[in-house]
Design a protein around this ligand. Structure first.
Ligand SMILES: [Zn+2]
Length: 168
């Protein structure tokens, strides 16, 4: 996988499981490669996404998550980065229904992290019985709940982005 890094901290993270990153994603993000870090998730570690997300949160720098099968439209990343709201998302279809907020294409401002530096860890650590870190399928839900409980409202952007997930 291509690793694109700069001297400054990245502000777009693309978590992906090897072999699962849709080729449309790097193409759609290609206009701003300097801002993108592709973060490989260990498919044998169900808690790895939670660990990664918590590490991004701990940097207390504004970041955008673009999941491996969510395809932003041209300009969406710039739009969400420039928006004055602290918590932003683009909705996308899950099972045919546009939904949000979800982590698939979501921005969190550094201000939220400064105000709630332990939010991600509290939301994602120690909730499961078998696993100390939340299973990857629950990361989005737990983070959305935690940010909402902290008193923030998600700012919806549009139009919805494509969800390239293949339902089998
Ligand atoms: Zn916004």
């Amino acid at each position: 996988m291509i690793q694109l890094r700069t001297l400054s901290l990245p502000n777009v993270y693309v978590p992906y499981v090897p072999g699962m990153l849709r080729p449309e994603i790097p193409i759609s993000l290609g206009a701003n490669p300097a801002y993108v870090e592709y973060a490989e998730i260990d498919p044998n570690d169900q808690g790895h996404y939670a660990v990664l997300f918590t590490s991004w949160w701990s940097l207390q720098r504004t970041f955008v998550v673009v999941e491996q099968d969510i395809c932003p439209n041209r300009g969406d990343i710039d739009s969400i980065m420039r928006c004055g709201h602290g918590w932003c998302y683009y909705p996308y279809s899950v099972g045919g229904v546009p939904r949000g907020p979800m982590l698939g294409l979501c921005k969190f401002s550094g201000e939220i992290m400064l105000s709630y530096p332990d939010l991600a860890r509290r939301a994602l650590y120690g909730r499961g019985k078998k696993h100390r870190w939340a299973h990857w399928v629950s990361v989005s839900e737990y983070i959305m709940q935690a940010v909402e409980r902290a008193g923030y409202s998600a700012h919806q952007h549009g139009p919805p982005v494509r969800h390239l997930h293949t339902y089998t």
